[in-house]
Design a protein around this ligand. Structure first.
Ligand code: KG4
Ligand code: ZN
Length: 368
């Protein structure tokens, strides 16, 4: 069964074709990062206009890269929330139009569930030609339930126990900023640009993780997270460094030090600050995840969402976990449509489809 999926919840216009919920036949992502970078974050109105301009060529490219035509597609999957309302609308309306015109079943997918299902995806190149789904599962085993998934993205930080396809239990969530949001805000404080996660990871590679005493919000006896205190601590530490090294404040925002990158001392400070911040976030995320995995006796830990692309998070999780840790390659951790196709396929397998009056749901939750 071939699923065509569309994802437009934020700033990536994406379409993909996936076979039997697992094999990626194509995965096209048109990123708007360059357009939004000059504003230091996503501008919703600009994002939805870009989606309108790009959605048709992106869908056409997904079909042609998969070497299929509309006749080969069996199901349309689309992200209907959570996300930016105007952005979601473009994807949902396109999916409904195609489903109606081609008389295909439609499945609305929760974006966070899509991130989870990135862990089911495999590359076409590693699958023997004409292998059936059972053979693929035998050669490349999918996650085995129950699993614990740490979903860490720009808008969410959730620890979710997954007992079977579609059976989710929320164990913890962030009480303030999402992990990705913390990376983005701290990158801005350090003048590292947008998006912050990859920029912090790059700067941190040159720094010492023990250089600065960044606090950890352990929030005892709960699997909830909090990252706003770390962000405030980073602002204070960055200001102290800047004052000590006499680095002028040249950015536009009051919290910014953009333009100060010419100062060699500041660059060393930035690397140490980035490494210390990253270590603090990774320490809490891995510590809580490993504890929860033990408590609920899961078979595997899955990492999902944009922050799951973080190299240090992956390393530390693997080093600390007594059970297998699974994560997709970085480009499947960040927003894409292949993950939506996979989640949509498993909904369809359970007989769950959406009607043509499917509407966007900007505040959709994974667990009620
Ligand atoms: O899942 P995603 O692509 O979009 C949302 O659903 O939010 O996640 C984007 C977030 C951004 O905050 C970005 O800074 C973060 O993921 N991110 C990373 C890395 N790559 C992306 N954070 C840490 N390290 C990375 N390598
Ligand atoms: Zn996402």
């Amino acid at each position: 069964m071939k699923v065509l999926a569309i994802e437009t919840s934020c700033d990536e216009t994406a379409a993909a074709v996936v076979a039997d919920g697992r094999v990626i036949l194509s995965n096209v992502v048109a990123s708007q990062i360059e357009i939004h970078a000059r504003y230091g974050g996503v501008v919703p109105e600009v994002a939805s206009r870009q989606h309108v301009a790009w959605i048709v060529p992106v869908v056409e490219k997904a079909l042609s890269e998969a070497e299929v035509t509309w006749h080969d597609i069996d199901l349309i999957a689309v992200t209907y929330g959570p996300g930016l309302a105007g952005s979601l609308l473009v994807g949902v309306n396109t999916a409904k139009a195609v489903a109606m015109a081609r008389r295909l079943p439609l499945v609305g997918v929760n974006h966070l569930e899509g991130h989870v299902y990135a862990n089911w995806l495999v590359e076409r190149s590693v699958v023997p030609p004409d292998a059936d789904p059972e053979t693929i599962d035998r050669l490349l085993p999918p996650p085995r339930f129950p699993v614990l998934c740490l979903i860490v993205s720009g808008g969410h930080s959730d620890l979710v126990l997954i007992e079977d396809h579609g059976v989710y239990r929320a164990l913890g969530h962030t009480r303030d900023d999402a992990a990705g949001e913390a990376f983005d805000k701290v990158a801005r404080i350090l003048g590292l640009g947008y998006p912050g996660g990859p920029a912090i990871q790059l700067a941190a590679a040159e720094g010492q993780p023990e250089a600065f005493p960044v606090p950890r919000a352990w929030l005892k006896d709960t699997f909830d997270f909090s990252f706003s205190g770390v962000k405030t601590a980073m602002l204070r530490l960055a200001n102290e460094c800047r004052a000590a090294e006499k680095v002028p404040l040249e950015g536009e925002g009051e919290n910014e030090v953009a333009g100060a990158e010419d100062h060699g001392v500041w660059r060393r400070c930035t690397a140490d600050l980035a490494a210390s911040f990253q270590e603090s976030v990774v320490d809490v995320l891995t510590g809580k995840t490993v504890d929860a995995a033990g408590k609920y006796a899961v078979k595997e830990i899955l990492l999902a969402g944009g922050v799951a692309a973080n190299k240090r998070l992956r390393e530390v999780m693997v080093a600390r976990s007594p059970i297998p840790v699974r994560f997709a390659r970085p480009s499947l951790c960040t927003d894409n449509a292949a993950m939506i196709a996979s989640a949509g396929y498993f909904h369809f397998q359970r007989g769950q489809t959406s009607s043509l009056d499917l509407d966007v749901c900007p505040n959709l939750r994974l667990v009620a």
